[in-house]
Design a protein around this ligand. Structure first.
Ligand code: ZN
Length: 129
């Protein structure tokens, strides 16, 4: 109700807010990835660092303890990488002016769903499709 009289203005303002959130999340994800992985320029993907490399790269004992084994780092890496892919896709949609459109049904994604997850690719109805 509150936004109904200024729907279009509010939508434009929201996109700026979502863009800022997405860019902030992207920085955080890349920072977390750089703790446990290195970016492969050829594949465009992050690769988990082998143990021997990690020891040399991380001075901080806390960081080393958090990611004790390679398998754990690989699992965290794939979660972060998947999230980063979604965030990048959402940022690209803002540029392409298709942000907030469900990838499956083409309808608008609910505002509260985007609030909860600015990188959402689908509306609530299609979120598990
Ligand atoms: Zn949908």
């Amino acid at each position: 109700m509150l936004f109904s009289r200024h729907a279009s203005m509010s939508a434009m303002k929201n996109i700026t807010v979502f863009k800022e959130k997405l860019e902030a999340e992207k920085s955080t994800l890349e920072k977390e990835l750089s703790d446990i992985a290195r970016f492969n320029e050829e594949t465009g993907l992050w690769e988990a660092m082998p143990d021997q490399d990690l020891v040399g790269e991380i001075d901080d004992n806390d960081a080393a303890d958090r990611f004790e084994d390679f398998e754990e780092r690989s699992a965290i890496l794939s979660t972060l990488q998947a999230r980063l892919t979604d965030v990048n896709a959402a940022l690209k949609k803002i540029v392409d002016d298709t942000y907030g459109i469900c990838e499956i049904g083409g309808e608008k994604i609910e505002a509260d769903r985007l609030e909860a997850n600015p990188a959402a690719r689908t509306c609530k109805e299609h979120m598990n499709a």
